[in-house]
Design a protein around this ligand. Sequence first.
Ligand SMILES: [Fe+2]
Length: 352
Amino acid sequence: MKCGSINDYDLIQARSLLLKSQNPLLDVHFLSHGHATLKDVDESAQFYRDFLGLDVVKTSPRTLVARLGSNTVIVGVTIGEKGLAKAHRPWLENAHFGFDMVMADEVKEARELSLENRAAFKIQNVSDIVESDEGLSFMLVDQDGNYWQILENPVAGYSDHFGDTCDTGPALRGVDVDDQRTSILKPRLMSHMTCEVIDLQKSREFYEEMFGFEIVQLNPKRMLARLNSVAVIDIIETDTAVREHKMHNHMGFDMAGPEMVDAAREIIVENQDRFGFRIIHKISASHGSYGFTFSDLDENAWQIEDYPSGGYYWMFEQGGDLKNPFQPNIEGVEDWHDLLDPETYEYRNPSK
Ligand SMILES: [Fe+2]
């Protein structure tokens, strides 16, 4: 599967196109997830599924995963109202998720539908339509304070900004192209997650050298990054004063096995002073995977975890919500590792 092609715009921008670094410090293979924080997993599942039109799997009584158009997922974790109230997050709008409509009229219609269904889904706010060089967009704030952007974007999302340089096979594995959704909004694709940085060039150096992101800089204060993914990170330089409490809103990358995760943590520790990492947490079993989180020079938080090729895709292959937290619904299988091809670290569903 190819990632997209370079168009005229990108040729003009060719100087700012850098291919994936040949030797990044970490061998992370996939941008697997970003986080939303929830108060009630069932209410959020309903909003994501019935309003936004995402594929949703409840993965434990307090967590869910949701995707649209690729296997880079949103992991929703119930924090509780007290926890959310304690974490003052004025930057949350700049940690939004973006969902694409191909036509401008579809964005306008989505906004009307959002207003009509505002009370039913406890939507806190529906912004005005904003018009930029890229088209129309607006922002929703959900019952938990998470931000969701609905935007006009081409069919391939942001892939056309990049070259044919990555393998999106795992990112698209198992994604249903036969659209049977009955949701209120029907965006095509979750095209991006967003994060803000203090100094774009300084952070770019970190992203390329540490993670090996492919990066396309769009202007002096904005760049797009991807890692074998269809969904990209839209990175913007801001002067936000408060950047704390980002651990709950981290983004995550996958590695093939606990040993690799341990080795990655050592590399992060070795490079702490060089890149100005703030906190490096110990290994834990966060939302079902062996991994750890750390915060960087911008106080953005990242998770490195042990997960198969394609990340959370196997969860969507279980025929509904997970009966045992973070484990497959297949009888006699207690651990998802038992279903991996040892050579490729890919999930194989024995019933298919
Ligand atoms: Fe995570």
